[in-house]
Design a protein around this ligand. Structure first.
Ligand code: AP5
Length: 212
């Protein structure tokens, strides 16, 4: 299995990029945030465990997340090209990929972006509750106001995209990020990209990194 992990602050564009790569180039994409939101919607035990942590902008406990990813990766074939978006978020999660889950991360991509842009990106995000497509009120507006381009459902704001919860998510991110950068830095398989550029520009650079 060829695993690439996307690291970066909430709002740095990990999900936007990973979705396009999976749709256009065949990568298998796992977004732990999307997996948890689906579990909440379907009232599954993992969703019920995760909900209060997510609503407050805190991390869901490592044990829950490691089990979730382990189950997702288990059925995949050895030659799958996998993008992990939102996992690992802590050093124990990164270690679990090696030890418990027994996979190797080929590349870690660090989405670098100034803090000042993140709050605008997150508070302006709107998502489709039906197909999961993501938009931004200003940067990536839907063709028709508040309506999903893909399935015409009415767009909603994620409950954790309010300014107060966004600030907490950024605080939590900062408390964990250096540890992860050091972890992958020590293995010399981390590549930093500047994520404050147009979606297509970031995508082009990602593709060239992933192909090599
Ligand atoms: P999750 O859903 O993973 O949220 P996140 O990491 O906070 O990431 P986001 O989805 O907010 O940001 P993104 O980088 O994907 O940006 P996006 O592409 O959407 O996690 C939610 C919660 O689940 C966590 O808080 C935690 O509680 C829990 N959780 C999940 N994984 C966990 C784990 N491993 N361990 C523990 N807990 C976990 O873009 C954002 C906006 O910007 C969009 O509106 C988009 O349209 C716009 N945009 C994107 N790219 C550009 C661009 N280039 N130019 C202009 N606008 C852009």
């Amino acid at each position: 299995m060829n695993i690439t992990v996307f690291l970066g602050a909430p709002g740095s564009g990990k999900g936007t990029q990973a979705k396009q790569l999976s749709e256009n180039f065949g990568f298998v994409h796992f977004s732990t945030g999307d997996m948890l939101r689906t579990s909440i919607k379907e009232m599954k035990p993992v969703g019920l465990k995760a909900k209060s942590f997510m609503d407050q902008g805190n991390l869901v406990p490592d044990g829950v997340m490691i089990e979730l990813i382990e189950e997702a990766l288990d059925p995949l074939s050895d030659n799958a090209d996998v993008l992990l978006d939102g996992f690992p978020r802590t050093v124990p999660q990164a270690e679990a990929l090696d030890s418990k889950i027994k996979t190797t991360v080929a590349k870690a991509i660090n989405f670098n972006i100034p803090d000042s842009i993140l709050i605008t990106r997150l508070t302006g995000r709107r998502i489709c509750p039906n197909c999961g497509e993501s938009f931004h009120l200003v940067f990536i507006p839907p063709l028709k106001l508040n309506t999903c381009n893909r399935c015409s459902s009415t767009l909603i704001q994620r409950t954790d995209d309010s300014e107060a919860v966004v600030l907490r998510r950024l605080e939590v991110f900062k408390s964990q990020n250096q540890g992860l950068l050091d972890y992958f830095g020590n293995r010399k398989n981390i590549i930093t990209i500047e994520a404050d550029r147009a979606v297509a520009c970031v995508q082009k650079e990602l593709l060239s990194i992933l192909k090599h």
